[in-house]
Design a protein around this ligand. Structure first.
Ligand code: MTE
Ligand code: LUZ
Ligand code: MOS
Length: 754
């Protein structure tokens, strides 16, 4: 089963926001955004822009009909700056013109008088100033103070992690078209159609039933459009409301890069304690999250850092504290892994630190603490663990010791090329940690020709969720996938959707689709029962387009059955709702059972470092991954490969650079390097950990969107090991490990010719 979009993607026929045919009279928006990261906005001069060729109107904060606010969790984010600017790239005014080129030209003519204020870009400085967006969050299990007193070895240290640009191929954008009675339809490149609908209603004062949001698909989201599509939809909606004209805005790459938030940088402290058998018995960590200028999704991202701060390990005594620090950078936001990778890097760094000091391989420590079924996570959930099974199966197939030996032997005879190997286990909780978000709806129509239309709240962004939705309907009705069409994600057909995020879209929307199909199927069976003279509907099944009775094919085919049901006035449509059972979390105790299940896996990453130049290549990523029972191995393998490459890009070459004034320096593809075909691992080998253990995943096919990204973290540790094979050093736990940083670690004295 392939991805149903492959053909139209390859032929360039798939429709993205910018491919939607525009309506006559469409105006093109462009924002004038703040050139200053922090300051009092005294005045805005739009006169030159208003006189510029083709300009229809310029809009500022005072024109907004509704509330000038899009902050979802904390109301700290005006749509347009009114009295203050708090990051470079913050929208101040909207220019509307007859073409995209003319609106961009006019936006450059706008000026603003801004009294500059102090710019903070460092989360620790913000924390020291007491500038936290929400109060600190804390997880406690056992008693670390007590446990440290009994430790044989204690190590303390610090880690730094940089951000990451989403670099979805399709930039942010939206297109609003006025409808009668003051309503509007908004096409948006968003992961969260309902979030866009709410934001549009807030800034226009329209009721939600007046605003239709429609999403065909995204050219990638990666979390960057979970919350941050709202601003651009809000901007075109405000403009449409004021002008009664269709308004479109598809951002240029550099606008997108400077105006949108990224993965959160973190600065963290750790303290780790081991007993005499090298078992970790105590772990303390403090996470300083660089949230940027407004709240956005920073608190739940921070929470997931805590949820994943012990990765796949069981540590009996844990205290983890997390600080959401306000800085003058664009608001950082969801990014594949959602704070989980940041938590995992710190524990892996702490383990590596301990191993280095104790003169053992980190593997010796990692293997002693793999969680087992029945172990408790610091947040109270009891593990149903595949940490050991994925480790054992990976070791059996790939032979960790042999791979290490191969690297050691290579290094013994190679002067300037050094190989490094590292083991990277993962454990990722599936469900939104905010329990109410774990619900979804699906609308299924069976038409009288036998074709099937499915609409859900899931947004297709390349991850293949539409293919999975079509598979669910096809399987439930015993049809070929060609009979099923998955339609746009639309707030009129599916209301109150959660964003497509948390890797949970296929589970939540797939289960809702399954329920809808089941209901229709049972109605059809009632009709079929008489037609094929079955004793009970229990005897009936649908396979390969025919009704089967007690496993035997009858002559009643699907289109005939459907038409007969229609003639008998049987309802051939169903709208179903699914809510994940058995989950919940109580923040007053910071304990509960937040996740439907966890996804596990164990990867081994091998690299070669060119110790003359500091450059490196990833030779392989071999992993045993917990799929449950994959319902689409092609799609899931694609997710694993993409996730790994995106993860290792974050820890190696992707370097987001802001200067001390809060100006983004890595603001284009010429200054921000993402992995390309030459830098992907030469070998990605995936062993399926196939289990028939029951879980809450759709068809037992576990969520796969985010977890594999964290295998990529292993590349940092593998490179570090290679560097240490060249020279006696202890590189800082500082991401990304760019070739420049590798080189300075290889030659700490700057002497490159030894
Ligand atoms: N894969 C592609 N091709 N494009 C994307 O934007 N987003 C990732 C992941 N895989 C993404 C992707 C993120 S951040 C998430 S949360 C999941 O897909 C969301 O989809 P799912 O819930 O259907 O797995
Ligand atoms: N988004 C969200 C997420 O709102 N809550 C989550 O728990 C989450 N987890 C992963 C990715 N996005
Ligand atoms: Mo993904 S970060 O949950 O959009």
């Amino acid at each position: 089963m392939k991805n149903i979009d492959s053909r139209s993607h390859v032929r360039g026929e798939s429709v993205y926001l910018d491919d939607i045919p525009v309506v006559q009279g469409t105006l093109y928006a462009c924002v004038f955004d703040s050139p200053v990261a922090h300051g009092k906005l005294k005045s805005i001069d739009t006169s030159a822009a208003e006189k510029s060729e083709g300009v229809f109107r310029v809009i500022t904060a005072k024109d907004i009909v509704g509330e000038n606010q899009i902050g979802g969790i904390v109301p700290d984010e005006p749509l347009l700056a009114d009295t203050e600017v708090h990051f470079q790239g913050m929208p101040i005014a909207i220019v509307l013109a007859a073409s995209e080129a003319l609106s961009h030209k006019a936006a450059k003519l706008i000026t603003a008088e801004i009294d500059e204020l102090e710019v903070v870009t460092d989360p620790r400085v913000a924390a020291a100033n007491g500038d936290l967006i929400v109060p600190p969050k804390k997880f406690v299990m056992g008693d670390t103070a007590d446990a440290f007193a009994n430790c044989e070895h204690i190590f303390e240290g610090k880690t730094e992690q940089n951000g990451q640009e989403h670099l979805y191929i399709e930039t942010q954008g939206a297109y609003a078209v006025p409808m009668e009675n003051g309503g509007m339809r908004v096409y948006s490149s968003t992961q969260g159609p309902t979030a866009v609908q709410r934001a549009v209603c807030r800034v226009t004062s329209l009721a939600m039933h007046q605003v239709e949001v429609d999403v065909q698909r995204l050219g990638g989201g990666f979390g960057g459009k979970e919350d941050q599509a709202n601003a651009w939809a809000g901007i075109v909606a405000v403009a449409t409301q004021l002008t009664k004209r269709p308004v479109k805005y598809a951002l240029h790459r550099m606008e997108d890069m400077r105006a949108t938030g990224k993965r959160h940088p973190y600065s963290s402290d750790y303290k780790i304690g081991l007993d005499k058998d090298l078992k970790i018995i105590a772990y303390e960590a403090s996470f300083f999250q660089n949230a940027g200028a407004s709240c956005d999704l920073s608190p739940p991202v921070l929470e997931r850092t805590l949820f994943h701060c012990t990765n796949s390990y069981f540590i009996p005594n844990v205290t983890a504290t997390a600080y959401c620090c306000r800085t003058n950078l664009p608001p950082n936001t969801a990014f594949r892994g959602f704070g989980g990778p940041q938590g995992m890097f710190v524990i892996e760094s702490a383990i590596t630190h301990a191993a280095e000091k104790l003169g053992v391989s980190p593997v010796e420590i990692q293997k002693r603490i793999c969680s087992k079924t029945g172990d408790e996570f610091p947040y109270g959930q009891i593990a149903d663990s595949e940490a050991v099974t994925s480790w054992t199966q990976a070791d059996k197939k790939y032979d960790f010791a042999a791979l290490q030996r191969e690297a050691d032997e290579f290094n013994a005879s190679s002067k300037h090329l050094k190989k490094g190997v590292a083991l990277m286990p993962i454990c990722f909780g599936i469900s939104f940690t905010k329990t109410p978000m774990n619900q979804a709806r699906s609308l299924v129509h069976v038409y009288t020709d036998g074709s099937v239309a499915v609409s859900t709240g899931a947004v297709e962004m390349g991850q293949g969720v539409n293919t999975k939705m079509a598979q669910v309907a096809a399987k439930m009705f015993g049809l070929d996938i060609g009979h099923v069409r998955v339609h746009t994600t639309n707030t009129l057909r599916i209301a109150n959707t959660s964003p497509t995020a948390a890797s949970a879209a296929a589970d939540l929307n797939g289960k809702a689709t399954q329920l809808a199909c089941e209901t229709i199927r049972d109605r059809l069976f009632e009709v079929a029962k008489d037609l094929v003279e079955a004793a009970s509907i229990e005897d009936l099944s649908l396979e390969s387009g025919f009704v089967y009775r007690k496993g035997e094919k009858t002559s009643l085919d699907w289109p005939t059955l459907v038409m007969e049901a229609h003639l008998q006035r049987v309802n051939l449509s169903e709208h179903s709702h699914y809510a994940t059972p058995g989950i919940g979390f109580d923040w007053t105790t910071a304990k509960g059972h937040p996740f439907a299940y966890h996804v596990y896996g164990t990867a081994i990453v091998g690299v070669t470092v060119d110790c003359l130049r500091g450059r490196y290549e990833v030779d392989y990523v071999k992993c045993c991954h917990d799929f449950g029972t994959s319902m689409n191995t092609a799609v899931d393998l694609g997710q694993i490969e993409g996730g790994i490459v995106q993860g290792l890009g974050w820890v190696t070459m992707e370097e987001v650079v802001y200067d001390e004034k809060g100006k983004l320096r890595s603001n284009a593809l010429s200054t921000y390097k993402v992995p390309d075909i030459y830098s992907v691992p030469k070998d990605i080998d995936v062993l399926a950990l196939e289990t028939d253990r029951n879980n809450l995943a759709i068809f037992n096919s576990k969520a796969v969107g985010e977890p594999p990204l964290m295998y990529g973290i292993g590349a940092y540790f593998a490179i570090r090991n290679a560097v240490k094979a060249f020279t006696d050093c202890s590189p800082a736990f500082d991401l990304p490990f760019t070739p420049e940083k590798v080189l300075t670690n290889l030659y700490p004295d700057g002497d490159t010719l030894r």
